[in-house]
Design a protein around this ligand. Structure first.
Ligand code: EPU
Length: 420
């Protein structure tokens, strides 16, 4: 297993191009199960999670290949309706094959994904939605078994205790596109990744209105056809490079970004004192003066994304003053706190809050990544820490950041891989 080693202290400068959004791509790959016709998805990042989803599609009978950022999914035959535990348990997004498999094959058996380090992460909203469409559901040996001769459109409220659910909205929307009659999803997630999926489904012949708002209306159709689509840029990767610029007192031009997707992040970083300029497809982030502490609360889109919480905590850990970071999506997503404290940060966790008392400097240390965004947070801290930081378990990073170390190296960072 590899670890990432970072020698802190370099100001990052230059340009970086953002890859396609992982969280848009994964459900879109699941959507290709809704048709026998070929689908071509461009701008696909080469990630561990991308490859897991391609393996799932292959296990179900599709030919699915990634070549130079283009995924091609073909094959008219489905050889299976079972999404196996070994694959689903490694990546929660794979639970999204439930809706399309059921809609297309009238039955689906998909392993329950289980919990993960950022919290329990239930799937009750997925199941509620699929059941409302008329499917019979049972849990057998850790698998959800769903059956329905033809799904029937319905009115479904998908709000949960922490707000709307991205993947539940995706899953139910994908099932409803082939259902008989009209489906109305209330309290739907409004994330840009949900919009990107809806755009692909529309290109495939689905009739969907209201995506990007909390009420999505779907008029079921009998069948869908193939489509070609380019994935939106990854707003979380872009946000991570914005923080990389600020934490190293740098100046980075981040290309292939839709700044409209980063409203809450830009707003908070400007409040802290960042200089941010935007064009239609790029954002330049400059450090010009000492930053101020900020309070951040994560919320569903268009609020501040939970997937940027750990990274902003790195930045606040070396920003003089007290910042309060409140996590409202995954109240237990704080595994990075102890690791940042190993590097000399002063962060105290109190329930869903982290109280960050900014210190003058961090010192490099061996730290352990617990999940994808925690890994990014530790790499960011390493960029500014005195001395060497080694981040182990970097397979988490490989799940969601395409060539992070190469991109950071191009900006001047001293970062490399070593065997553990
Ligand atoms: N929830 C339920 N019941 C459900 C589903 C979710 O109570 O059936 C709760 C969750 O426990 C959480 C909240 O609803 O408190 C929101 O979870 P959501 O379902 O929106 O999360 P998700 O769809 O499983 C996606 C992203 C996550 C991201 C969240 C929130 C993908 C593949 N994953 O997960 O991304 O944190 O939305 O924006 O799209 C990441 O990329 O690092 C990552 C974890």
């Amino acid at each position: 297993m590899d670890k990432l080693v970072i020698e802190g202290g370099t100001r990052l400068k230059g340009e970086v191009a953002i890859s396609g959004a992982k969280n848009a791509l994964l459900p879109i790959l699941a959507a290709t199960l809704l048709t026998e016709e070929p689908c071509v998805i461009k701008g696909a990042p080469n990630l561990r999670d991308t490859n897991t989803m391609l393996r799932i599609l292959r296990s179900l009978g599709k030919n699915a290949e990634l070549n130079k950022g283009v995924v091609t999914v073909t094959s008219t035959k489905y050889k299976n309706f079972v999404a196996d535990y070994k694959l689903v348990s490694t990546m929660r997004a794979s639970f999204c094959v439930l809706g399309p498999l059921l809609a297309k094959l009238k039955k689906a058996k998909v392993s329950l994904p289980g919990g993960c380090v950022i919290g329990i992460r239930p799937v009750d909203l997925h199941l509620k939605g699929i059941k409302s469409l008329g499917a019979s559901l049972s849990i057998e040996s850790g698998y959800v078994v769903a059956k329905a001769d033809r799904l029937k459109g319905s009115r479904i409220y998908l709000g949960g205790i922490c707000g709307s659910s991205v993947l539940a909205t995706d899953n139910v929307m994908m099932a409803a596109v082939l259902a008989e009659g009209k489906t109305i999803i209330e309290a739907a997630a409004c994330e840009p990744e949900v919009i990107d999926l809806a755009c692909v489904l529309v290109k495939m012949g689905a009739k969907i209105n209201g995506f990007g708002t909390p009420i999505i209306e779907i008029e079921g159709v009998k069948q869908l056809h193939g489509a070609e689509h380019t994935i939106i840029p990854d707003r979380i990767e872009a946000g991570t490079f914005m923080i990389a610029s600020l934490i190293t007192k740098g100046d980075i031009l981040i290309k292939n970004v839709l700044y409209q997707h980063l409203g809450a992040v830009i707003d908070k970083l400007e409040e802290a004192g960042a200089f941010i300029s935007r064009t239609d497809s790029s954002v330049r982030v400059r450090f010009k003066r000492r930053l101020k502490p900020i309070n951040v609360t994560t919320l569903p889109y268009p609020g501040f994304p939970t997937d940027m919480q750990a990274q902003v905590m790195s930045l606040m850990s070396i920003t003089t003053g007290i910042s309060v970071i409140t996590e409202k999506i995954y109240p237990d997503r704080f595994m990075h706190v102890a690791e940042l404290n190993r590097m000399g940060a002063h962060i105290q966790r109190e329930g869903p809050h982290a109280i960050v008392e900014g210190v003058k400097e961090l010192s490099g240390a061996p730290v352990m990544a617990s999940d994808l965004r925690a890994s990014a947070c530790l790499a960011l801290a390493g960029l500014v820490a005195r001395g060497k930081t080694s981040v182990s378990r970097i397979y988490h990073l490989e799940r969601g950041y395409e060539n992070l170390e190469g991109k950071l190296q191009d900006l001047g960072a001293k970062i490399w891989r070593e065997k553990e």
